[in-house]
Design a protein around this ligand. Structure first.
Ligand code: XUL
Ligand code: CO
Length: 440
C-alpha cells in the first residue's frame, strides 16, 4: 500500500518550479571532494513525521495521516510502512527514533519490550532493502507520568531503575539495527525548585547512570557514538545539560568525556541564549561535536518551536563549523523539526524536508566558498596577529610571567587598535550568499 501519492523527489536545479523537487540539494554533487549526501547525512525524525499529531496545549491534533485509521500495534506497523516509503521517496540516508515513537507502551515493561521487539524486527527487514540507516535511537524517559520527577535524576530509586531498564533495551535495539549513535536528551533530568531538590545527589546519580550505560554498551559490543543533547529548559525549569559548556563540565567532572560527544540542536542553542553556531563552535574546538538536530526556533517565542530550518544565514554559519570539524563523522543532520499545526496534509511533510535539505545545501555551498577564499580565516588571523610576534608570541608559547608583562605594559606608548570591521564582514557574507543564488 502507498501512503503518499507523490513521486520520488529529484534534484531539478534552482530554476525548477516543481514544489516536489530539490532546487539546491543535489546528493551527487561534490563539494570539496565529497558528495553533498556524504557531508550532510540528513535524517528524518520519526516522532515529528510519523507519530505526532499536531496537538498543542490549546488544541487537539490536526494532522491528516493516512496511517491513523489503524490503532495499537497495527498503527505501529503502518507507520513503519509509511516511514520507509517516505525515506525512499525523499532519498534520505538516515532516520532517528525514540522507543515510544515506533511501538506503543504495554501494560508492563515486559509487554513494552515485546512490542518493541516486533517492530524492531519489522524495521530490520525493511532496512535490508533500503539505503536508509539508523543515525540514532534514544529512550523517551519523559512523557509517561512515571517520569514526573525525572528519570536518572528522579527522587525515586525505582524510577532510576526503570529508566536504566529502558536505556538497556535501547542499547540492545541500537545494536540490532546498527545505529551509528545513541542519544541522551535528559527530558526531565533537571528540577523545578531547589526547595525540594537534592541537586548533588541527582547529578551524582546521573553520572553513575551514564557510566552504567557506557559499561553496558561495551558489554554487548555496541560501538555507537554516545551523544548528550543539551537543552537549557523545557520541560524542567533548570535542565542539568543546559548547554554544551555545562554538559562538557558534567562529563569531565564524572570522567565521562572520552565516551560522549554532543548532539547540538539549533532551537536548544537559542533557548540557552546562544546562537546555533556558538554551540557548534564550542563543541568543535573541544573536539566534542558529534551530531546535529537541524531545526530553528521562532525569535518571537520563548519555547522550542522545532521549525524546519530555512534561515540560510544560519545554515551557512552552521556549515562553516561542520566543515571545519572535518564533517560530522558518524553524526548527521537530523531534522528534529515539525510541520506547523496548520500544515496538516501529508504532502507538507515533503515540502518541509525539501525546504530543510535545500537550505542546508545552500549553506554548505556558501560555507565551502567562504572557507576556500579564507574570508573569515583572514579576518581572524589579522585580528589576532599581535600574538604571532614579540610579547604576544611569548604569551602563547608560555614564555612569560606577570613580571615581564608588567615591564612590557609600563613601557607601552599608546595602544593603537584596529577596527573589528563587522559590517564589512556581514556585507561580504551577503555577497557570497547572493552569488550562490545567482549560481556563481
Ligand atoms: C526535545 C528534543 C528531543 C531529542 C531526543 O526538545 O530535542 O526530541 O532530540 O529526545
Ligand atoms: Co532534539
Amino acid at each position: 500500500m502507498a501512503y503518499f501519492n507523490i513521486e520520488k523527489i529529484k534534484y531539478e536545479g534552482s530554476a525548477s518550479t516543481n514544489p516536489f523537487a530539490f532546487k539546491f540539494y543535489n546528493p551527487e554533487e561534490k563539494i570539496g571532494g565529497k558528495t553533498m549526501e556524504e557531508i550532510l547525512r540528513f535524517g528524518v525524525a520519526y516522532w515529528h513525521t510519523f507519530t505526532m499529531d499536531g496537538s498543542d496545549p490549546f488544541g487537539t491534533g490536526t494532522m491528516l495521516r493516512p496511517w491513523d485509521k489503524f490503532t495499537g500495534m497495527d498503527l505501529a506497523k503502518a507507520r513503519v510502512e509509511a516511514a520507509f516509503e517516505f525515506f525512499e521517496k525523499l532519498d534520505v540516508p538516515f532516520f532517528c527514533f525514540h522507543d515510544v515513537d515506533i511501538a506503543p507502551e504495554g501494560s508492563s515493561l515486559r509487554e513494552t519490550n515485546q512490542n518493541l521487539d516486533i517492530i524492531v524486527s519489522m524495521i530490520k527487514d525493511y532496512m535490508k532493502d533500503s539505503k536508509t540507516k539508523l543515525l540514532w535511537n534514544t529512550a523517551n524517559n519523559f512523557t509517561n507520568p512515571r517520569f514526573v520527577h525525572g528519570a536518572a535524576t528522579s527522587n525515586s530509586a525505582d524510577i532510576f531503575a526503570y529508566a536504566a531498564a529502558k536505556i538497556k533495551k535501547g542499547l540492545e535495539v541500537g545494536k540490532e539495527l546498527g545505529a551509528e549513535n545513541y542519544v541522551f536528551w535528559g527530558g526531565r533530568e533537571g528540577y523545578e525548585t531547589l526547595l525540594n531538590t537534592d541537586m548533588k545527589l541527582e547529578m551524582d546519580n546521573l553520572g553513575r547512570f551514564m557510566h552504567m550505560a557506557v559499561d553496558y554498551a561495551k558489554e554487548i559490543g555496541f560501538d555507537a557514538q554516545f551523544l548528550i543533547e543539551p537543552k537549557p529548559k523545557e520541560p524542567t525549569t533548570h535542565q542539568y545539560d543546559f548547554d554544551v559548556a555545562t554538559g562538557y563540565a558534567f562529563l569531565q567532572h564524572y570522567g565521562l568525556q572520552d565516551h560522549f560527544k554532543f548532539n547540538i540542536e539549533a532551537n536548544h542553542a537559542t533557548l540557552a541564549g546562544h546562537t546555533f553556531e556558538h554551540e557548534l563552535h564550542y563543541a568543535r574546538v573541544n573536539n566534542m561535536l558529534g551530531s546535529v538536530d537541524a531545526n530553528q526556533g521562532d525569535p518571537l517565542l520563548g519555547w522550542d518551536t522545532d521549525e524546519f530550518p530555512t534561515d540560510l544565514y544560519s545554515t551557512t554559519l552552521a556549515m562553516i563549523e561542520i566543515l571545519k570539524n572535518g564533517g560530522l563523522g558518524r553524526g548527521g543532520l537530523n531534522f528534529d523539526a515539525k510541520v506547523r499545526r496548520g500544515s496538516f496534509e501529508p504532502e507538507d511533510l515533503f515540502h518541509a524536508h525539501i525546504a530543510g535539505m535545500d537550505s542546508f545545501a545552500v549553506g554548505l555551498k556558501v560555507a565551502q566558498k567562504l572557507i576556500d577564499d579564507k574570508v573569515l580565516d583572514n579576518v581572524v588571523e589579522n585580528r589576532y596577529k599581535s600574538y604571532t610576534e614579540g610579547i604576544g608570541l611569548e604569551i602563547v608559547e608560555g614564555r612569560t610571567d606577570f613580571h615581564k608583562l608588567e615591564e612590557h605594559a609600563l613601557g607601552l606608548a599608546e595602544v593603537k587598535h584596529q577596527s573589528g570591521r563587522l559590517e564589512s564582514i556581514k556585507a561580504t557574507i551577503n555577497q557570497y550568499l547572493l552569488r550562490a543564488y545567482a549560481g556563481e
